[in-house]
Design a binder for this molecule. Structure first.
Ligand SMILES: Cc1cc2nc3c(=O)[nH]c(=O)nc-3n(C[C@H](O)[C@H](O)[C@H](O)COP(=O)(O)OP(=O)(O)OC[C@H]3O[C@@H](n4cnc5c(N)ncnc54)[C@H](O)[C@@H]3O)c2cc1C
Length: 477
């Protein structure tokens, strides 16, 4: 490789780096991906981290954004082994009385369990689900461009500006809809009393009704394996164990795209970055981290709410008031005693991830940025509350704190899994307010990670848009 000149070099083989490389290779340009670890994948790898035969998603597990990604949908990834598997219940949110709100792809089936909020929930979600493809094309892209579907986007956009807690309180009367909505909005990892947090509840709810919250057969790694295999078929190259620490480590190329966050770009290219851009990049804010626990279980979780047993994802947080309070507490810098715990039971939809009759369980809660607090007891306290007796099933457990997460993937700064706080101006203008957010101040050098629009999640759209910009601006269209 040393002598070869490429049209483009991509640094980092996460979902966005690979999506960027695929976009460039599809345009007939030569491209190489340099990944510092021994496999590509970033936040989408799957490993036997507890016992043999139990395949755990190290990072991402549930893919409402992956299945909705306009880029992934356009590419022939199924031919390369990507298959989405749906649980019967996409998401369940249990309460102390052994009932649960349930998100089904079918809006009526979801609304029917929401009591007096049945009509209001349907009125909120039905138009968003109907127009979801149009909304996704606009919402999963850079903000400073004319929307292709302004009416659909406005229908999404107006309520999306509100705090999630406010929208839930204004719109819904009952515990179920309020908790279901704020639980989804909790994926923002931001105080749910802040502006724009409703956008997460709306986007994740609408994607649930339009496409579901699936897992990838065999593990999230199947997504990046499919991207990598497609890239190679297009003539793209991948080199692993290739850390890039300075611009001097790069082979000659007409364009370079970095699947890293601003802090890393400053470390790699600092002296070359121009004054104002560098100053703004240095002000980029990282958000709270996560503390994660993976379990190998001898049997299915004994949830007291029946819907949870059939669900792919379970949100353990109790009522809206509890969810809002726990996220506010994390944002203020301490761990809630009863945090919102996001649980994935991949084996409900994909039983082959564990030996016959046994299960994997994936769970995390939000913790303050860089926190070294062990949140295992807080997470397990929520399991005791909603699935008493579960401890008898535990065969093995693996925990990951914010430092371990960052050591595993340098992009998870302080345990932040979103590539930077998705709030305030930074939700819309990432990494800095700029007409062309993917371009850095160095000519032909781009950022393509989740620190750029549209932000966190395994959807590849940051890479796709960055690559399109690089093709237009540096690679002759
Ligand atoms: C615990 C956890 C749970 C999550 N759950 C979900 C979920 O359920 N659903 C979902 O959609 N998303 C989830 N996410 C978020 C998702 O994984 C990320 O948003 C996504 O992976 C971002 O993709 P990316 O390509 O921007 O960066 P990453 O996936 O972080 O990839 C960056 C890559 O660049 C490499 N790299 C970094 N620096 C260098 C360097 N200097 N030289 C060479 N290579 C380098 C890294 O090794 C890595 O492979 C989760 C993340 C975590 C950590």
């Amino acid at each position: 490789m040393a002598d070869r000149r490429y049209d483009a070099v991509v640094v980092g083989g996460g979902p966005n780096g690979l999506a960027a490389a695929v976009t460039i290779a599809r345009a007939g340009r030569s491209v190489v991906v340099l990944e510092e670890k021994d496999t590509v994948g970033g936040g989408a790898r799957t490993r036997e981290i507890t016992l043999r035969g139990f395949w755990h998603d190290i990072c991402s597990a549930v893919h409402p954004l992956g299945i909705s990604s306009p880029a992934f949908r356009r590419w022939p990834l199924a031919r390369y082994g990507l298959e989405w598997l749906h649980p019967e219940v996409q998401l369940a949110h249990p309460f102390d009385d052994s009932t649960a709100a349930e998100l089904h792809i079918d809006i009526d089936a979801t609304a029917a369990r929401l009591g007096r909020d049945e009509g209001r929930y349907r009125a909120l979600m039905a138009p968003l689900a109907r127009d979801f493809d149009a909304i996704a094309r606009d919402a999963l892209g850079p903000i400073l461009r004319p929307p292709r579907h302004p009416i659909a986007l406005a229908r999404f956009g107006a309520p999306a500006l509100l705090p999630a807690a406010t929208l839930a309180q204004l719109l819904f009367r009952e515990r179920e809809a309020r908790a279901l909505f704020t639980g989804m909005a909790g994926h923002a990892m931001v105080d749910l009393r802040s502006l724009q947090t409703a956008s997460f509840g709306l986007m994740l709810g609408a994607s649930g009704h339009a496409r579901g919250w699936p897992v990838a057969r065999g593990g999230s790694e199947s997504i990046v394996r499919a991207l990598a295999a497609y890239l190679r078929d297009l003539g793209g190259e991948i080199e692993t164990c290739r850390p890039v620490r300075s611009l001097a480590d790069l082979p000659p190329a007409r364009a370079t795209l970095f699947d890293v966050t601003p802090r890393q770009l400053i470390a790699i290219a600092g002296p070359e970055l121009r004054g104002t851009y560098r100053k703004l990049l240095g002000r980029f804010r990282y958000g709270p981290g996560v503390f994660k626990v993976d379990y190998a279980l001898a049997g299915p979780m004994p949830w007291t709410a029946e819907g949870c047993r059939r669900a792919g994802t379970v949100h353990l947080g109790g009522t809206m008031e509890e969810v809002v309070a726990s996220e506010a507490r994390t944002a203020a810098g301490s761990l809630a005693a009863r945090p919102l715990v996001v649980v994935s039971q991949q084996t409900v939809a994909d039983p082959a991830r564990a030996p016959s009759g046994q299960h994997t369980l994936w769970a995390y809660c939000h913790v303050p940025h860089g926190s070294r607090t062990d949140a295992t007891a807080a997470i397990e306290g929520q399991f005791d509350r909603f699935a008493p007796g579960w401890r008898d099933l535990v065969l093995q457990r693996a925990t990951t704190d914010t430092a371990a997460l960052e050591a595993y993937n340098a992009n998870d700064v302080g345990g932040d899994i979103s590539g930077g706080a998705p709030d305030g101006l930074q939700l819309l203008f990432r990494p800095v307010p700029k007409l062309h957010p993917y371009r850095t101040s160095i000519p032909d050098v781009y950022l393509c990670s989740s620190s750029t629009p549209p932000g966190g999640g395994v959807h590849g759209m940051c890479g796709y848009h960055a690559a399109r910009d690089a093709l237009a601006h540096s690679l002759g269209g």
